[in-house]
Design a protein around this ligand. Structure first.
Ligand code: SF4
Length: 369
């Protein structure tokens, strides 16, 4: 049994290590750990980190892989909510480690549990739902804290990913005539609109304003209440970027992530989740030119790997997820070498009650069509 006390090796000593020493030391400690440890890498991780990953994927795929992995120690090179999901879906006895605890997600942080509870109380007081969710189905994007997932699970709601959001909305509407969608307004709006819901039947709930900044009549009329959250990476893309890339590269295809603004999604040729973008680009005929609206590390990697295609970023100024970027090979080495010394550092552990209800919402997602 490994201890979780203070690390034997201090992180500060690792952060100054030169990059060229990483390969050898990471390989050496992995040999010691053998199949006990599994490294997961999100597609948005920098190249210097993702090359050590046993598995690559988007947040949900990685959480599922974590649960299936033989290893007891899951070293998750991603952000905090992803490591929480891996811990929730993991097998008993599995330990999830996030190499840098500061690797959060600005979008997930935009929906704090107290704010969401406050919003719900207002909706209950307005007579639009019962506390347990008869009236409004709460749905949260995978990119949210375990507490928000549990909030939805406890009130009859569900978690969704960017690839099954429409199925989740359909499921939610079969239960109630109204949805509360957390925390990404853009994914919610893009999904609702593609399902035929007019824009004026979707309102935005701003947690910093009284009644979310809405009139009672607007809340009553709304079919979808969108939480006022966004991804700072994907919200950077604008319709002007789409117009410019089409002007400069006639015939180019534009594909964007559904976390992009509504106007950008409307101007694009295709919308795709992270895995959806990879699939669309890889399966396109040789010679196809693509402008991709998502995180730059994934776009650059696709460009390098697919020499028969031309892949560029929709925005020439760099669109990095700065929190994902926090994880460096030095952080990874620190976590691994501590494990090699019998010490668990940066463990992500979700409490039992939260785990129970969050798991309920995640399991409901698996039943979606
Ligand atoms: S890309 Fe956006 S949604 Fe994804 S982890 Fe970074 S900030 Fe969060």
């Amino acid at each position: 049994m490994m201890a979780t006390a203070a690390p034997l090796c201090s992180l500060e000593n690792y952060l100054v290590l030169p990059d060229h020493t990483m390969d050898q030391r990471i390989a050496a400690v992995r040999k010691v750990l053998g199949r006990e440890s599994v490294i997961l890498g999100h597609h948005y991780q920098r190249d210097e980190v993702i090359r050590f990953a046993d598995y690559r994927g988007d947040s949900y795929k990685l959480s599922q892989l974590a649960a299936q992995a033989a290893g007891r120690y899951i070293v998750f090179c991603g952000v905090h909510f992803m490591a929480e999901s891996a811990d929730i879906l993991g097998r008993p006895g599995q330990v999830t480690i996030l190499p840098d605890l500061n690797a959060g997600c600005s979008m997930a942080d935009m929906a704090e549990i107290t704010q969401v509870e406050d919003c719900w109380e207002h909706l209950v007081a307005a007579g639009l739902t019962s506390d347990s969710g008869e009236g409004i189905t709460p749905i949260t994007y995978m990119n949210s804290s375990a507490a928000i997932k549990a909030f939805c699970g406890e009130r009859g709601g569900v978690v969704c990913t960017s690839s099954n959001a429409a199925g989740a909305f359909q499921w939610g509407f079969e239960k109630n005539s109204k949805l509360l969608f957390l925390p990404d307004q853009h994914l919610g709006r893009n999904t609702g609109y593609r399902m035929g819901i007019p824009l004026d039947e979707m309102i935005v709930w701003d947690p910093y304003q009284e009644m979310g900044g809405n009139k009672p009549e607007a809340i009553r009329r709304a079919r979808i209440i969108l939480w006022k959250g966004y991804c700072s990476v994907h919200q950077r893309f604008t319709p002007q970027h789409v117009a410019r890339v089409r002007r400069e590269h006639p015939g180019i295809r534009v594909i964007v992530h559904p976390e992009c603004r509504f106007e950008v999604a409307q101007a694009a040729d295709e919308i795709g989740s992270t895995e959806g973008i990879i699939k669309a680009v890889k399966s396109s005929p040789k010679g196809t030119e693509w402008a991709v609206g998502t995180e730059i590390h994934l776009v650059n990697r696709l460009g390098k790997e697919l020499q028969d295609h031309k892949v560029i970023s929709l925005d020439p100024s760099v669109c990095v997820c700065t929190t994902m970027f926090r994880i460096t090979p030095q952080h990874l080495l620190w976590a691994l070498e501590n494990l090699g010394e019998g010490q668990v550092v940066n463990r992500i552990s979700v409490d039992e009650r939260t785990r129970y209800y969050a798991r309920l919402a995640l399991d409901r997602m698996l039943t979606l069509r």
